[in-house]
Ligand binder design. Sequence first.
Ligand SMILES: Nc1nc2c(c(=O)[nH]1)N[C@H]1C(S)=C(S)[C@@H](COP(=O)(O)OP(=O)(O)OC[C@H]3O[C@@H](n4cnc5c(=O)[nH]c(N)nc54)[C@H](O)[C@@H]3O)O[C@H]1N2
Ligand SMILES: Nc1nc2c(c(=O)[nH]1)N[C@H]1C(S)=C(S)[C@@H](COP(=O)(O)OP(=O)(O)OC[C@H]3O[C@@H](n4cnc5c(=O)[nH]c(N)nc54)[C@H](O)[C@@H]3O)O[C@H]1N2
Ligand SMILES: [Mo]
Length: 762
Amino acid sequence: MKPIDAPAGGRGAVQASLDAFSQQGIPLKVVRSFLKANKPEGFDCPGCAFPDRPGSFGPDSCEQGQKAIAWEMTPLKADAAFFGRHTLAELRQWKERDIEAAGRLTEPLLYNPVTDRYEPIAWADALQLAAQTLRGLEPTRVSFYTSGRASNEAAFLWQLLARAYGSANLPDSSNLCHEPSGLALKAQIGVGKGTAQLSDFEQADCILVIGQNPATNHPRLMGTLHAASKRGATVLALNPLVERGFVNFADPKDVGEMLTNRGHRVAKTVYTVKPGGDLAALKGVMKRWVELEAQGRSIFELPFIQQHCEGFEALLADLRGEDWGRIERESGLPREALHELAEELAQSRATLVTWCMGLTHHEHAIATIQMVANLQLLRGMLGRPGAGLVPVRGHSNVQGDRTMGCTFAVPPRWLANQEAEFPGLQLNHDSGLDALGTAEALLRGELQGLLSLGGNFAVAGADAPQVLAALSKTPFTLHIATKPNRTHLHPGRVGLLLPCLSRTDADHTGGLEQRVSVEDSMSMVHASRGIQAPLSDQMRSEPAIVAQLGHALLHDGSVPWLELIEDYDRIREHIEHCQRGVFDGFEEFNHKLLQPGGFWLPNPAARREWRTASGKAQLVAHAIPEDGPLARARARLPAAEQDQVLGLMTVRSHDQFNTTVYGQDDRYRNVFGTREVVFLSPAELRRLGLREGERVDVEGLPIDDGQTRWLRGFGVRALEMANGCCAAYFPEATPLVPTGLVAKGARTPAAKALAVRLHRCA
Ligand SMILES: Nc1nc2c(c(=O)[nH]1)N[C@H]1C(S)=C(S)[C@@H](COP(=O)(O)OP(=O)(O)OC[C@H]3O[C@@H](n4cnc5c(=O)[nH]c(N)nc54)[C@H](O)[C@@H]3O)O[C@H]1N2
Ligand SMILES: Nc1nc2c(c(=O)[nH]1)N[C@H]1C(S)=C(S)[C@@H](COP(=O)(O)OP(=O)(O)OC[C@H]3O[C@@H](n4cnc5c(=O)[nH]c(N)nc54)[C@H](O)[C@@H]3O)O[C@H]1N2
Ligand SMILES: [Mo]
């Protein structure tokens, strides 16, 4: 076992990268992939969406990226022989990790209900069967899911296919992820994307990291924070968990730290807010500013506010009227801590705020994120070097998939442009189903088909066990995927599983060496070109599969599907034309894609241009919610039992990418060989009379729907964290997430706002 206090990053990270490859039996590929990942002539890392450093010398990849790459580059095959050996009933008993570890999908497969197996089918037959089946369904009852790894080119074709077929149901992984961020920012500053660039991290005085665990989920951001703190910037974290990376992180690129294996304290302070308590905490900070202003300090950037903002007076009045008792109670932070945070932020001349799922997976996510933007607007921290709003995206192209229109509601102009681009084309212009809407339609037995471009739809969403069962009763499922997963093990009455190339695979569709493009979390669009020879000549690229399906299904002749994939430059030309008046920056798309590092999609808010209804940025007041899920769950219990209720957040371990589980360890939280654990603070353990290592059943308390949900036999672990809450891993704890508990207005499952009780196992 590794030493318990080793820094996050450091030698451990290098060792883990090497292990990831040797586990797949491919040591020789390490060097090549390490040098090509996130490089202009190489491929975009299939991991997270944090931006690359195009001019940087040496590797620009991290331990987690290397794990994702090794996982894709495996020589193992989940081929017809594999599926011949196992029925789906048998595979459904396997753990998440073992299903995917079977290897890469290498040939098209069709489910045979008689043998309960996936069996080989020729490509031409698979495409014909898909087209014929789709023709027999009602398009408005078919959903086309996108997971955020699809390239821009694949995504563009995918949404074109769906809407041309007649379906506006385009759920995507963003619905489960940063949906609240996009909606909150769009309403407030006119654009639903972050406003800062990577260079801003070099100029910031203060970086506040909220609801995010970058050492695990965005290690390159962690490296950036480490560098910022070493040059003297103040890094602060707002998080119920004292994540190891904040307090002890060694950068694998820092020679001194590697030699000594000693880390550096990156975050000056971790404020251990209660889950869901950020809105109250941020209000506390701003209320303190109002108090300091009254004492004669000038903290608010009044000229900026006067010129650019609306709602200042109403926000001030709301902050003045707010009660410190409520702020402390609901944030879980003492007033002194919030005063201190307010002072840190008041002294900074350039502040960046980053956030991730700790904010979005809550009922009041939109209101909370709007508090983050208020915080920045009050001090004029938008459109200033070293300052801005940074929602850190998850999947490597989740932002690009949205830019390409893979979502259930798009601007009318985007649709009109496509119809003008392809004369004769008719698209469905409605708003369709999102991820939750698709799951609900499945549960009601109303969905007729689910097609997915990557992802693990059912396992990533709420009420996974019920949604999986419902999928099995659906007329049609079609998944385009690299590896098998649990969603695939619940095929519809017609169930196709189609193998695609991944980011790291060389793509020679049409005899050309093709490249695709992606957009990172900071709106940089750049090229990606795979390097490895595909494991099988039966694997096809995502754009090819989607275009061939379009060709088989749609006969109006408006879209020359097969011509488009002969050279992806053609797809990009259409994207360029269709983006006119929608997203700026795609002019001369193909040309700009050749630039090392790609190009930036300009963000109007970053130049203080507010595309809101009034043309001004909006300061918005929100009340602190006191009727949250915990309070509602408590209210259903007898008074004597109410103090047993804990808030549970589902989080990622250091050894997974979403539902893809690489291994059973989480070395930053000292967990080895298991994922079925519940974390509590030492004080909370004592209060509940539990001992570390004991097994408990986790009772997911009914919040609104009267249903109790259970996890059985989880091990209890102590961790430095806020009291009154606990944490468990996603996806193991996902059966606790109810379909009815969502971020208001965004419908993202509130996967970090669960109410539970722990019961010692007999
Ligand atoms: N290696 C790796 N990289 C990844 C992923 C992966 O699974 N593995 N997933 C990718 C994806 S799609 C995404 S969206 C991101 C996810 O990246 P993160 O958002 O960092 O992922 P989570 O593990 O869900 O962590 C949420 C963090 O929020 C904290 N938190 C929970 N509730 C609250 C709260 O109410 N308030 C505050 N302030 N904090 C809270 C938790 O303690 C935890 O530190 O990472 C991306 N990158
Ligand atoms: N309880 C709980 N639930 C959550 C979360 C949470 O924190 N807690 N987080 C949510 C978040 S932030 C997100 S983004 C979602 C993620 O939801 P999804 O995006 O649906 O899930 P992933 O686990 O990323 O999908 C993994 C699968 O994608 C396929 N795949 C991998 N690479 C490729 C590729 O290049 N092409 C294709 N076609 N397929 C590929 C493989 O088959 C693999 O099994 O989960 C959400 N669900
Ligand atoms: Mo995500």
